[in-house]
Design a protein around this ligand. Structure first.
Ligand code: COA
Length: 162
């Protein structure tokens, strides 16, 4: 059964494995890269875990999402979503939808947030469709934002008003 929730910090290696898999398998989906994260220390994985929600298939992490809410005076009404990934073998079973819903619920619980932003490579059709179904609207497309293996990729900036 698919559920969504946090994981205790002592399962940081599960998180590291899933995150490095995402960067390796889908290099054009993320601003970060496998090369930049493969040697991160344990303390950094433990620190990052606090902001992650995981899709668990009978307790095994198969997907994840991260969110943050700005703590700056003029932008603390704005939240961001990033690091969205579901393992290929677990896709099209609703994990992505559950993750997005859970992150939006957490953001709402935070209080005071008016809008949520994200950026996505428009070539990642499943991701764009997931966000559109979740109520995100495309606001702006910037060209050549990512350079991966010698090829440039655009980024689509999307937002959802809460
Ligand atoms: C985007 C992603 C998280 C979706 O995860 P998921 O668990 O498959 O999501 P769901 O099962 O909730 O929804 C899948 C929906 O995506 C859509 N979809 C799937 N593949 C698609 C495609 N190639 N083109 C268009 N829509 C597609 C469908 O609407 C599908 O719903 P359906 O199966 O009912 O038709 C997953 O595909 C993924 O990890 N992609 C690679 C990483 C990525 O792009 N991350 C986003 C970074 S911004």
């Amino acid at each position: 059964m698919l559920t969504v929730g946090g994981l205790p910090e002592d399962r940081w290696q599960d998180f590291m494995e899933l995150r490095l898999e995402s960067l390796k398998r889908e290099p054009t989906a993320f601003g970060s890269s496998y090369e930049e994260e493969q040697d991160l220390p344990e303390a950094e994985w433990r620190r990052r875990m606090g902001a992650m929600l995981f899709a668990l298939d009978d307790g095994v992490p198969v997907g994840m999402i991260s969110y943050s809410v700005s703590d700056r005076l003029k932008t603390k009404h704005v939240a961001h979503i990033y690091s969205v990934y579901v393992r290929p073998s677990a896709r099209r079973r609703g994990a992505g939808t559950l993750l997005l819903k859970a992150a939006l619920d957490k953001i709402r619980d935070h209080g005071g947030v008016v809008k949520v932003q994200l950026s996505v490579n428009p070539a990642m059709r499943a991701a764009v469709s997931l966000y559109e179904r979740g109520g995100f609207v495309s606001r702006m497309r910037l060209e050549k934002e990512l350079l991966v293996d010698g090829k440039y990729h655009d980024l689509l900036y999307m937002e959802k008003m809460l």
